[in-house]
Design a protein around this ligand. Structure first.
Ligand SMILES: NC(=O)c1ccc[n+]([C@@H]2O[C@H](COP(=O)([O-])OP(=O)(O)OC[C@H]3O[C@@H](n4cnc5c(N)ncnc54)[C@H](OP(=O)(O)O)[C@@H]3O)[C@@H](O)[C@H]2O)c1
Length: 260
């Protein structure tokens, strides 16, 4: 087995943390990212991994994080954009964006674009969801407010849309992009707190992330969306397959990233 270097955002809890542990036990190098200093210190001590701290709702911090990664690594094989938020007591960022769009859609785009030079022909795995709803560009830009579920569902379709768009537009010398619903209602903090249910076995999500990151069978699926509820590649919902709308989403993300 070829050993890989894998950066996982939001790997201080839930699916990201368990994926980190399993990949480490298989001998891979995992770079852990989170926003909580204490959690990062504990994980670094327990698993002997390199860690990076940044709050992805703050794009300045996010950029500093990517600069730090670039200064320490000449290559990364796989980026898993896993960090995500559903319900929170602070739904609006300091710059007026909905935190779901900031953390679930825009920050992973920024991280991916910044790390492209060291990802080369690697892989980018983007965490989407079965919850998908047509993206309202004004909501993405913070101009209108949405309820928690709608904001989450739009942010999760938006990440799959830019994933597809970059896959088609970056040319041959680009990583493989795959977006994924890791499985619905897996028993993590997000699900326990947000949906008031114990949830299903987290390993359902862990195993598919590891497969998408490492298995050769996914090489030919760049730009696609894997639905782990049905264990197959599937269509995006709403207007997720609409190229012009994906272009609008990417342009809005670029606009949101102009002023931070
Ligand atoms: N669980 C499911 O059934 C399910 C289904 C579909 C999709 N997903 C997606 O899977 C991914 C992992 O979710 P999970 O269920 O494992 O949830 P989780 O246990 O709540 O973990 C989320 C991770 O993201 C980090 N995070 C949240 N906000 C952040 C911010 N502003 N800056 C930096 N890091 C931040 C969290 O950090 P802290 O440790 O500091 O909180 C944590 O490490 C998410 O993208 C989620 O939307 C999950």
């Amino acid at each position: 087995m070829e050993l890989k270097k894998i950066l996982i955002t939001g790997s201080t809890d839930g699916i990201g943390l368990e994926t980190t542990k399993k990949l480490k036990s298989l001998g891979h190098t995992v770079i852990v990212h989170g926003r909580n200093k204490k959690k990062l210190e504990d994980i670094s001590e327990e698993l002997n991994v390199e860690t990076f701290k940044s709050d992805l709702s703050d794009f300045k911090e996010t950029e500093l994080f990517t600069n730090d990664v670039l200064s320490k690594h000449q290559s990364i094989d796989i980026l898993i954009n896993n960090a995500g938020v559903y319900k929170t007591s602070s739904p609006i960022t300091e710059t007026g964006l909905d935190v779901r769009f900031a953390v679930n859609t825009i920050a992973p785009y920024l991280i991916t674009k910044k790390l492209l030079p060291i990802l080369k022909n690697g892989r980018v795995i983007n965490l989407s969801s079965a919850a998908q709803s047509s993206v309202n560009i004004n909501a993405l830009l913070g101009e209108i407010k949405l309820d928690d579920f709608e904001a989450y569902a739009q942010s999760k379709l938006a990440i799959a849309m830019w994933s597809r768009y970059l896959s088609y537009n970056l040319g041959d010398n680009r990583p493989i992009f795959i977006s994924v619903n890791p499985g619905s209602l897996l028993g993590t903090k997000m699900v326990k707190e947000g949906f008031n249910t114990a949830g299903k076995d987290i390993n359902i999500g862990v195993n598919i992330l590891i497969s998408l990151a490492l298995d050769k069978e996914h090489d030919s699926h760049s730009g696609e969306y894997y639905d782990n509820d049905n264990q197959m590649y599937a269509s995006l919902q709403a207007d997720g397959l609409n190229y012009e709308k994906a272009k609008d989403v990417v342009q809005a993300i670029e606009t949101a990233l102009k002023s931070y």
